[in-house]
Design a binder for this molecule. Structure first.
Ligand code: CP
Length: 311
């Protein structure tokens, strides 16, 4: 394993299997009365969140605490960032305090990469701009493997606002590495022009794709990142690309429904569809803790000599 996890490019197919297998052993820790192991006792993990988050921030905090690490949660409000302190000076301060790992979410693509210049420990990308969200992709892979028992030939559609989605990028790259077949689905305005180079198929017709799927993965419509009108109205988007009750009828009976959250109920997914037993959003969240425990453990050297200090 490399020292940092900045993108799915940083892990091989073998690394992915190792991360998921290690997560499997940590999954059981979450079912104990005392949900704690001493694996990272004495190590310090800093959660550096410049952008809003519920799932990822809490999940990383719980993961680090369950490994007995010391955890520092850092957000922009209430810190010197609010007084204008730069990312570099914040990083140098954390480095001076002995951070062993820094988990960063930032609205700028590339901020985690920049952080590696100033942090001697591991940097984990918790979502940077529209670039990547690798830990989300890995927890999604864990969830798919847990349910289907394989990746090879599994047919996944990633539906919606692909253009602004760091999740879609990381998940497409990760699924391609493990042999799954990915189709990106959405209006032409929300499919990136370079998508065919990702090793995926592209379709603008959700109804044609649904009957062939093992997994229907929905993306949040990211209105806050859209700087122009990509579709006429939210209502029209929901009609053309939302996973409605009627569209669920087009899916094979055993096809899974996933979403990284937060969801816009009634836009990309109907509210009652989000509550179906085959909709796995809560399981994705639970699995995220185990996968992030695995990543912290492996990146901080818990995996033994194979977890090298080479970036
Ligand atoms: N999936 C995800 O990244 O959710 P949060 O923004 O709540 O962390």
């Amino acid at each position: 394993m490399k020292r940092h996890l900045l993108s799915i490019d940083d892990v091989t197919g073998e690394d992915i299997v190792r991360i998921l297998d290690t997560a499997e052993s940590f999954r059981e820790v979450g079912t104990r009365v005392i949900k704690k192991v001493p694996a990272l006792r004495g190590r310090t993990v800093v959660n550096l969140f410049y952008e809003n988050s519920t799932r990822t921030r809490i999940s990383f905090e719980l993961a680090a605490k369950r490994l007995s690490a010391d955890v520092i949660n850092f957000t922009t409000s209430g810190t010197s960032v609010a007084k204008g302190e730069s990312l570099k000076d914040t990083a140098l301060t954390l480095q001076a305090m002995g951070a062993d790992a820094v988990v960063i979410r930032h609205s700028s693509s590339g901020a985690p990469q920049a952080l590696t210049r100033w942090i001697h420990g591991s940097v984990l990308n918790a979502g940077d701009g529209t670039h990547e969200h690798p830990t989300q992709a890995l927890l999604d892979l864990y969830t798919i493997r847990e349910k289907l028992g394989r990746f090879e030939g599994v047919r996944v559609a990633i539906v919606g606002d692909v253009l602004h989605s760091r999740v879609a990028r990381s998940l497409s790259f990760a699924l391609a590495k493990v042999g799954a077949e990915v189709t990106l689905v959405g209006p032409p305005t929300l499919i990136p022009p370079d998508a065919p180079r990702w090793g995926v198929n592209v379709s603008y017709d959700i109804d044609a794709v649904l009957p062939k799927l093992d997994v229907c993965y929905l993306l949040r419509v990211q209105r806050e990142r859209q700087r122009q009108q990509y579709f006429p109205t939210v209502r029209e988007y929901a009609q053309l690309f939302g996973l409605t009750r009627e569209r669920v009828g087009l899916l094979p009976d055993d096809a899974l429904i996933m979403h990284p959250g937060p969801m816009n109920r009634g836009v990309e997914i109907d509210s009652d569809v989000a509550d179906l037993p085959r909709a796995l959003m809560e399981e994705q969240v639970t699995n995220g803790i185990a996968v992030r425990m695995s990543l912290l453990y492996l990146l901080l050297g818990g995996g033994g000599e194979e977890a090298s200090a080479d970036a």
